[in-house]
Ligand binder design. Structure first.
Ligand SMILES: [Zn+2]
Ligand SMILES: [Zn+2]
Length: 123
């Protein structure tokens, strides 16, 4: 019988895992019963940023509509967006970073659903 059960030499070798001890409440936004709405109206980079926040539990869903930086109306309904959906569509800008973009996510996915033959791997 070998008795080699002492503490390992390197105690902190384990990788940091997000949400390891955080029990996700399934009825909260983002939980299984209330999935977060799709990220739309932003450029790919901002979509990735928001997606990252969601995955690492840093995403704060919007509580009340925020003020649009373009038209000044309280019409921003997605968290981390600075511009309302209408302005982002009309001006062709990302609702988060306000960069002029040709393809906003959301609208793009609708198109992709219809044109499955699109050679997007050639990008
Ligand atoms: Zn607006
Ligand atoms: Zn953006």
């Amino acid at each position: 019988m070998s008795k080699r059960q002492g503490p390992p030499k390197h105690q902190n070798r384990y990788a940091w895992k997000p949400n390891l001890n955080q029990k996700i409440n399934e009825t909260e936004p983002g939980g299984r019963f209330r999935p977060l709405s799709e990220i739309t109206g932003v450029c790919q980079r901002c979509r990735d940023q928001i997606d990252w926040k969601r995955r690492y539990g840093k995403y704060k869903p919007i509580v009340e509509p925020a003020k649009c930086q373009k038209c000044g109306k309280r019409a921003v309904r997605q968290a981390y967006h600075n511009v309302c959906r209408d302005c982002s569509k009309d001006l062709g800008i990302c609702a988060k970073c306000c960069t002029r973009v040709n393809e906003l996510v959301g609208r793009l996915s609708e198109v992709l659903g219809k044109e499955k033959d699109a050679p997007f791997f050639a990008l």
